[in-house]
Design a protein around this ligand. Sequence first.
Ligand SMILES: NC(=O)c1ccc[n+]([C@@H]2O[C@H](COP(=O)([O-])OP(=O)(O)OC[C@H]3O[C@@H](n4cnc5c(N)ncnc54)[C@H](O)[C@@H]3O)[C@@H](O)[C@H]2O)c1
Length: 261
Amino acid sequence: MTTRGPQRYSDKVAVVTGAASGIGRAIVEGLVAEGALVVANDVNAGALSELQADQVATVAADVREPGAAQQLVAAARELGGGRIDALFNNAGISRPRPAAEIDDATWSLVMGVNNDAAFHVVTAVGRVMIEQGHGAVLNTASVAGTHGLPGNVPYVVSKHAAVGLTRALAVEWGVHGIRVNALCPGLTATGMNTRLRTGNSGYWEAREAVVPLRRAGTSEEQAAVALFLNSDEASYVSGLIAEVDGGTHALYAGYAANRPE
Ligand SMILES: NC(=O)c1ccc[n+]([C@@H]2O[C@H](COP(=O)([O-])OP(=O)(O)OC[C@H]3O[C@@H](n4cnc5c(N)ncnc54)[C@H](O)[C@@H]3O)[C@@H](O)[C@H]2O)c1
């Protein structure tokens, strides 16, 4: 017997930023498999073009560009008539380096993508959702949105802001029937960390060793939670800061994951 997966997004319109790689790409693939019409955005036009399909409208743009958020809304209008049921506000970058060596350009770049653009996208899409009286938003934050990480101050600050944006909008937009949640991935093998995984420094293995599940997650594991949170199955979930990290956030960092006998 052939079994079909769930069709939670049948006839729904979804917008995904940072869609060409990693978690965003897995979200698009999951949405398409579940019957959604998808507006997929990425700054990497070449990788984005691989997502071309009848159900997918691609918008190649840097989300920081003025007008990029409106382009997404316009593409949704063309693809699905103007309704937007779900937003996956996922585009994000990391520029790790010691705090004392961070220049203004690096700070502005990380804040520009992870905060300013995320705010412009969520408010542009939010106006549509307020008008239609329903919607679901998922901001991709990080475990760096709830914890400190060394050597990555702009990322940690920007992801704490993504958690704040989530909570603030969840309490402001609930009255409009809009749910707002945050996905906080832990260590996840994606394009963001290819260099760390393929180098010989042992850094990646050391990070995996302190994850209670003893491994990094996959983009598909992040997408599975993302798709649940923006689906009607999660209709009473809002303001949730969902740490999807193999148990890492539950471990006090002053301890190793295993206590010696
Ligand atoms: N991989 C991890 O371990 C991890 C952990 C915590 C949080 N995250 C977050 O998950 C999200 C997705 O990252 P990923 O791990 O899949 O990385 P990724 O690099 O594989 O994918 C990110 C995508 O965003 C796109 N992008 C970057 N800047 C953009 C811009 N200005 N405009 C439009 N698109 C842009 C990139 O081209 C890329 O396709 C990010 O917000 C990231 O901060 C990832």
